[in-house]
Design a protein around this ligand. Sequence first.
Ligand code: CTP
Ligand code: MG
Length: 180
Amino acid sequence: MLLELVTVAFWAMLPAYVPNNVAVLAGGGAPIDGGRTLGGRRLLGDGKTWRGTAVGTLAGLVLAQVLTVFAPVIVRMTGVALPTFPITAALGLAFGAMLGDITASFLKRRTGRERGVSFPVVDQLDFVAGALGCAALFDFAWFSATFSPPVLGVIVVLTPVLHVGTNVVAYVLGLKGEPY
Ligand code: CTP
Ligand code: MG
């Protein structure tokens, strides 16, 4: 059933969705690249900070624990088979999401895009690629049990919609410089 697939996809990816949004709120301070450049352009740019990355990752880990506590109750009430998150999976999703976003900034700088300039598709799916890649790397058994091909399909369609939606909200609230 589609609603059930969407629910499982959203639940499984929540620890990957939240870090980037928390980073926007927690960002600031020293940039990861320390101001270093490569070929005359910043390695990553001022938009990737130690604090944003650390607090974002931590938020994803905490959320994964909360979801793990509540999963059995919701599963009993709804009958939807929601996954729980072992620490390996939580770390893969949360840190992977941040790493995907950081990798995208590296690519944006290499292709001459200044901080904050949009990079369609990459902006919307960088953290999904990072989160799924790291989750598979850190806990393949959990990854393959959780992300069936239909769930992965829903994630690829659903994520850009959610990403654009939350970024527009963050922009309207004045938390983010651009609506993407
Ligand atoms: N942020 C952070 N650390 C991260 C990711 C994000 O501190 N690892 C904060 C920064 O304050 C950043 C804001 O969240 O400006 C928005 O994130 P994002 O859109 O990813 O960065 P941009 O500033 O748009 O920079 P880039 O062009 O490199 O994506
Ligand atoms: Mg941006």
